[in-house]
Design a binder for this molecule. Structure first.
Ligand SMILES: C[S@@+](CC[C@H](N)C(=O)[O-])C[C@H]1O[C@@H](n2cnc3c(N)ncnc32)[C@H](O)[C@@H]1O
Length: 267
């Protein structure tokens, strides 16, 4: 089991997710598009942030899109719903399985492909995508140069990277554990101006840059209730969710982390 897999999915989250869907009164075998929206976007701001990134990147029907680090596939399904032709990759096999399971139950099994893959060494061909989509993945990746080199390689000339990531804040240590890491040495937050320079160095010209730390101050997913079954939210599949989400909230509120949207064009 890889470190990422051990961290994100020490246990298969499929059963908990399907049980919560059922408890909420939905048919897990025939998922309507909006049923999953409260739980499937595994990042600060949830679906709202996904919609905002799509707006910034000018998402339109017909784009060939790649979601790198797609998790359980919320943004992949969202982009498919917007008419994009979507592939998702993720390093954690259990998320790949869950994403494909949810795609099948939502009737999207033929439309979306989710595969095992490493963002820093993608198995995908050159210039194959109009859009590369990355939400809350960079903080798990130490080698940003490898990541951005791969993004540039798989994008066609003029294609866009749409990024929404957690970045370094004021330099004080983080309250740990957080949803993306249990220990400080497993968290790789880029300093925003450094990441911006790395994008340019990789041939990705920044066309939009928005620091949303204040706007999303209260948009960390809520920790689960102390008693009773958890509602439809990412807390369902985050191990030790109360501590991790609570710390993410504190880190953001105290300026120890920042959240940034960026769009960059491949030249
Ligand atoms: C916080 S989740 C975000 C999931 C999804 N992007 C979303 O916003 O709903 C981070 C995801 O990145 C994946 N990941 C981390 N490092 C990766 C890598 N090197 N290659 C591919 N996926 C990776 C993890 O397995 C996890 O599913």
């Amino acid at each position: 089991m890889s470190t990422i897999e051990r961290h994100y999915t020490p246990e298969d989250p499929t059963e908990a997710v399907l049980a919560a869907i059922k408890r909420a009164g939905h048919d897990p075998d025939h998922l309507a598009p909006d049923v999953l929206a409260p739980l499937e976007d595994f990042h600060i701001g949830g679906r709202r942030a996904t919609e905002h990134l799509a707006e910034l990147a000018g998402v339109e029907a017909g784009l060939r899109a790649l979601d790198v680090g797609c998790g359980l596939g919320g943004p992949v399904r969202y982009l498919a719903g917007r008419g994009c032709d979507v592939v998702g990759i993720d390093l954690a096999p259990m998320f790949v399985t869950l994403a494909n399971e949810l795609n099948r139950r939502a009737g999207l099994g033929d439309q979306i492909k989710v595969e095992l893959g490493d963002a820093t060494a993608m198995h995908l061909p050159d210039a194959a995508f109009d859009l590369v989509w990355i939400q809350h993945v960079g903080m798990n990746i130490a080698d940003k140069t490898a990541l951005l080199g791969e993004v540039h390689r798989v994008l066609r000339l003029g294609g866009k990277l749409a990024l929404f990531d957690i970045m370094a804040g004021d330099g004080r240590p983080l309250h740990m554990p957080v949803p993306w890491a249990a220990r400080p040495e497993d968290s790789f937050l880029a300093e925003p101006s450094h990441l911006r320079a790395l994008l340019e160095d990789a041939g990705l010209a920044v066309t939009a840059w928005e620091d949303a730390s204040n706007a999303l101050r209260d948009a960390v997913p809520r920790p689960p209730p102390l008693d009773g079954p958890p509602p439809l939210s990412p807390a369902l599949y985050i191990p030790d969710a109360a501590a991790r989400l609570g710390n993410a909230q504190r880190n953001l509120a105290e300026g120890r982390i920042r959240v940034v949207y960026a769009v960059a064009e491949a030249s």
